[in-house]
Design a protein around this ligand. Sequence first.
Ligand code: ANZ
Ligand code: ZN
Length: 803
Amino acid sequence: MREYNPKDIEKKWQDYWDEHETYVSKNDDDREKIYLLVEFPYPSGQGLHVGHPRPYTALDIVARKRRYEGYNVLFPMGWDAFGLPTENFAIKNKIHPAIVTKNNIKHFKDQLKSIGFSFDWSREINTTDSSYYKWTQWIFLQLFKHGLAYKKKMPINWCPSCKVGLANEEVIGGHCERCGESVVRRVKSQWMLKITAYADRLIDDLDDLDFIERVKIQQKNWIGKSRGASVLFKLEDSDEKIEVFTTRPDTIFGATYMVIAPEHPIIEKYKDRIENLDEINAYKEEVAKKSDFERTELVKEKTGVEVKGLKVINPITNKEIPLWISDYVLMGYGTGAIMAVPAHDQRDYEFAKKFGLEMTRVIKGGDISKEAYIDTSSGEMVNSGFLNGLEVKEAIHKMIEYLEENNLGKEKTNYKLRDWVFSRQRYWGEPIPIVECPKCGYVPLDEKDLPLLLPEVENYEPTGDGESPLSNIEEFVNTTCPKCGGSAHRETDTMPQWAGSSWYYLRYADPHNDNALASKEALNYWTPVDWYNGGMEHTTLHLLYSRFWHKFLYDLGIVPTKEPYQKRTSHGMILGENGEKMSKSRGNVINPDDIVRDYGADTLRCYEMFIGDFEKPVPWSEQGVRGCRRFLERVWNLSELVKDGDFYSKELEKSIHKTIKKVSYDYENLKANTAIAALMTLLNEFNQAGKITKEDLRTYLMLLNPVAPHITEELWEVNELGGHLNEKSWPVYSEDKTIDDVIELPVQFNGKVRFTIEVARDAVKDEVNKIAMENEAYGKNVEGKKIVKEIYVPGKIYNIVVK
Ligand code: ANZ
Ligand code: ZN
């Protein structure tokens, strides 16, 4: 037998699969389907990262196994190709982003092919193809027509030195990523998508999904539904009412001051009455530099300014209380104003301590001279008038009733989720298919005029006034109104990168359709995605955005299911050998090409599965790679042990059945690491046996094939095991052959287990009795007693009744 040399065999089998369309799946097929999805990559200039093959291999394993089990498997791949790095590269190197994208995709695709994934390349999609983004634009038009896309003035991150709007990821610690200048907020009218209209359904429908728990929790927290009340506080000497949102209306008796966000409109409106306006404005300027995250960090020292000249009235106690501004209250949440209850809220407590503000306990317990008493989901009300003596939950209920009866407030539910800012002042994105007409306002393009193509431009740099580069192209901007025919302007903002990825899984079902985003039949057959694996970093944006779009399309009757993905799992990151995140600047990046070149694709695949628990982050280890390569070499050498025979070797039969059972279960449960360990054990047994039958080898190769598809196909061929491995079926095991002959039998006295003995599963009672008597505990338990009865259930229990 020649030496194991992956270079000789991997390319050969990859070409074979391509030529024979081994992994192409058909839509008109009667077999049961399974749709397996992994996140399509952004084709960056850096090429594939070793992190990519981890989830790809895990689901490739399932895809391959399921094909052998007779499923019609959809396992597609494509490119999420709009986006900033490509645009920036294009600007810097003066190459069109479309060309940059094309080159990057070619590189990525070669890399993926070299690892031997069983993707159906006939369904490859690219979000930057006009035949694809036509449908992204079409969905936007439907959203617009249903009132879910609207324009609103929103702050963007603005670099005053580069004169450019920045994406959040280009703002590093409040500074421009390119020049280091402090980033400021600038208000701009932007397209928004009303994801908040789906907030409740996005929470409630999680119940029916098979998502890992931490994904569900993160989505719920992100949507952040809180029930409570809005309460009106009167501004003294005016008719003005300031509305606050509180989850704890039971604590109003303890509200000893009010805090509003520095941006709250009350300040502007009553500036003439404010005695310390300069101080207030100075504070506002400071705060404008901070992100919401910095503002609300719990650990940070509280800051704020009292609004002198304005006071508010607590509507329940009717006491006059001071009004403050502080950055810990955000304008974008609730009403931008809070009633502060320092005795029972941590932030309010710190604030009150720092500025010497009054504190009133309203729930029994704790020691508020030392710290806020916040463990108050239950407890008894005190100092609270008509709520005294009530339990927290009752008090909340009663207070809401009181507020509503007296027009002082009402029950209210609040969400952290905000509408989705959908505009980008950039070139490399889908143009938004809207015309702004001086007479008709925002008018959607006619659907028949889609796609609205991204025009050729000379320069991809945003304009100095923060508009998209498209605004400089007169032929693009100047158009006629689709409604009245008068002259009008096109929208020049483009869509964010999240747009194309919000529906791509639908396109895979029918990727070449010109008349619809996908045909009804194709969607009925393939959707929902049965299993979607992707990174935890996509849980709150991509996963939520695509669930929102899907639900909208469901409401329109375009997709047949309420939810896009039935099951969601997530993988851990692969870290550098030093345990840190892999990155160029840390110098710990491993290039998958090098591993394929030096060890082979099968070794890379095997290693990335064997590396550790799938859901946990793990450091890379070159030694681990070598270990996997040695394992595959030993598999290669199995050929030397093979003799004819279409049955399992007698002494190996049991181990083989057990291994089939374990490996089949493990692959389906993202435990390929323990499956590989079991295959390593079986390999040792094969070597101990000294010879194996062809049937032993067949099953072994089949079980290993999903992890190491090239070497196993090759060994199948050279050992003449019949036909091609990829045409065969997944091995089956019989349960009774996985059961051990020798078992641990519990021995009981009067129903209590005293010890266990090792006996044959089908041992007769006399045998069992003999072995039990040899145990010293037996003597102790029968000493001075009489055996009245013996109950023996083979394989289960041996019970001795004594008196
Ligand atoms: C009084 C109170 C007493 C509060 C108490 C809490 C505990 P979640 O659960 O996140 O919705 N709040 C309201 N609007 C705010 C804003 N714009 N910026 C910062 N904080 C805000 O939190 C709701 C609670 O956060 C509200 O209930 C309010 O403080 C505060 F013992 O009101 B609470
Ligand atoms: Zn018009």
